[in-house]
Design a protein around this ligand. Structure first.
Ligand code: ZN
Ligand code: ZN
Ligand code: ZN
Length: 551
């Protein structure tokens, strides 16, 4: 009897012991989460900017992420339009405009019969400026970001801070529950600002940063970082395919930014040079201290969007010396940010990813000059044609309400009042549009909601189609055909030059390696959720990329 009892006691003790071990290992697992997650977006970064300028990068920036982290080399957007607002929303919410509702930067709103801006919000006030530039919030974003899920998971103890020169680049990544998002207001102020959606006044560290005249220090000469003759990865500095700044005859180095700021909206000119990225890096590094990010075991999230790359790309084009110099300098800013993270948060204590909100097309006029099919689409002429087409004018009433973002919005009330069938009208519109030069395809909204497409441009259109917000007819232009000026690059299409963007993971919990397996933008947020062991963003449609995570 006694023996049996002691066996029992021993078993009980053993089971207690193993129970303890389980609890202990769970505690360890929680402690092993990164102290800080940093999500970096480089606005308008094509995948090939990693490889094209590789020999110009130092060891501590892009190369460090590529070689010591995990490089998803075949990463794409899986929807159109490939614009900034939708891109930032999709990266952090793990889904597409179909679900998160950010269908463009600006779009025609059917309900109010007016244009709305993806981050615009007149119900909130500016903080840090009397200008309206602060009237912004994420209220049009329908779903949560992984940063929101981290806030919910940690009972709001894990912080979220969003930073960019662009308001939407700061606001959409940070999500609904962010402690703050900060963006740059140029004009005659040159400050980082926010909105009452987040806080009532700028914290003292932001005020202090704004008072350092950092922005002013970047109103200096922009010349190439290295001798321009070594920039063999881009076209000649002087060519017919670049825009340039108002007040300077040629789009050639060097640029006197102090002088040019007079004719280029004051401090706003900084945004359109690599120094805009430097300023964002300065501010992000200041935020590490100012917000005490990554200083305890509760994971914080910092989102940083480098947007100057987009302005430079739009102005000078994919093949320009200006773009090459901007990436060489961004590499240095990323190195600076990584070094600050190593010092302030600690090597191995943070996890970082880097991607882009869309790519960009080579300047079509340049492509034409080297015999690649490309061209320009005259949207105004197209609109006139559609508006004047007899079919859509009934008793002097135009059945077309709006044409924007390659979509046509019909006047549904008028269609009803004339006893017309909406689907027939949509189809008639498709029949007219498809005849138009440089239009590749056209679809009715009805086709977007009545069938499921699994591949091709149809699938990308469908993933970008939001039934409440999108138009009645969608059309797609020919490859490398854009509605834009004859100089500079733009983006928005379903083609590889716009969809193929970098995806790099680095730091705690991330394997070293690379893959050519196809990955998509909505996979990023679920991967970060899986790493943190938290819920996926509520509308996430992507899947965790298991091969990048250590287990
Ligand atoms: Zn963008
Ligand atoms: Zn140039
Ligand atoms: Zn852009």
């Amino acid at each position: 009897m006694r023996a049996i009892v002691s066996v029992f006691v021993i078993c009980f003790l053993l089971s207690c012991q193993s129970q303890k071990n389980i609890i202990k290992s769970n505690v360890n697992a929680i402690n092993e989460q990164p102290k800080l997650v940093i999500g970096i977006v480089v606005d308008q970064m094509r995948y090939d900017y990693l490889t094209r300028f590789y020999s110009k990068y130092g060891d501590g920036g892009f190369k460090r992420l590529m070689n010591q982290g995990f490089n998803c080399k075949n990463n794409h957007f899986n929807y159109v339009p490939t614009y900034t607002g939708p891109g930032h929303a999709s990266i952090f919410s793990g889904t597409t405009p179909k679900m998160h509702g950010i269908i463009s930067n600006n779009w025609y709103d059917k309900v109010s019969d007016s244009y709305v801006y993806c981050a615009g919000d007149t119900t909130v006030q500016s903080v840090g400026t009397t200008n309206k530039a602060g009237q912004m919030s994420p209220h049009r974003l329908k779903t949560t970001s992984f940063a929101d899920e981290n806030r919910l998971f940690t009972q709001m103890r894990g912080k979220t801070i969003g930073i960019s020169v662009k308001d939407r680049g700061a606001i959409l990544p940070a999500g609904h529950t962010a402690n703050a998002a900060y963006w740059f207001h140029g004009a005659d102020e040159g400050h980082f600002i926010s909105s009452t959606y987040y806080l009532e006044t700028l914290p003292s560290w932001v005020q202090a940063f704004n008072n350092t005249a950092k922005a002013e220090s970047y109103l200096k000469e922009w010349n190439t970082l290295y001798n321009i003759s070594t920039y063999t990865e881009s076209g000649s500095d002087l060519n017919a395919f670049e825009g340039g700044f108002k007040g300077k005859k040629t789009a050639t180095f060097p640029y006197d930014l102090k002088a040019l700021s007079q004719t280029n909206r004051g401090y706003d000119i900084i945004k359109a040079t690599p120094y805009g990225n430097s300023l964002v890096a300065d501010f992000a590094i200041a935020a590490l201290d100012g917000e005490q990010l990554g200083q305890d075991n509760i994971t914080d999230v910092l989102t940083v969007s480098f947007s100057s790359t987009d302005y430079v790309g739009h102005n000078f084009g994919v093949n320009s010396k200006e773009v090459e110099d901007t990436y060489i300098r961004l590499d240095k800013d990323i190195e600076r940010l990584l070094n600050a993270l190593d010092t302030k948060v600690g090597k191995g204590n943070y996890t970082l990813f880097l991607s882009s909100d869309h790519g960009a097309v080579e300047v079509p006029s340049y492509l034409e000059s080297v015999k690649v099919p490309a061209g320009y689409f005259d949207t105004d002429a197209f609109k006139t044609m559609l508006n004047e087409s007899v079919v859509f004018n009934y008793s002097g009433e135009n059945l077309i309400k709006n044409i924007s973002n390659n979509q046509v919005f019909l006047d549904r009330e008028a269609i009803k009042s004339y006893g017309l069938n909406l689907i027939d009208v949509q189809q008639e519109l498709v029949n007219i549009i498809i005849e138009y030069p440089k239009v590749y395809k056209a679809y009715t909204a009805t086709s977007m909601t009545s069938a499921e497409f699994s591949n091709g441009v149809e699938s990308l259109l469908q993933m970008g189609f939001n039934q409440k917000r999108s138009g009645d007819v969608l059309f797609v232009l020919d490859p490398a055909v854009i509605s834009y000026s004859k100089t500079g690059s733009t983006h928005g299409s379903a083609l590889n030059y716009d969809t193929h963007v970098p995806l790099l993971f680095f730091g705690k919990g991330i394997k070293t390696g690379s893959t050519l397996q196809h990955t998509t933008i909505p996979d990023i947020a679920p991967t970060m959720s899986a790493l943190l062991g938290i819920s996926f963003p509520n509308g996430a449609t992507g899947s965790p990329l298991e091969f990048v995570l250590e287990h």
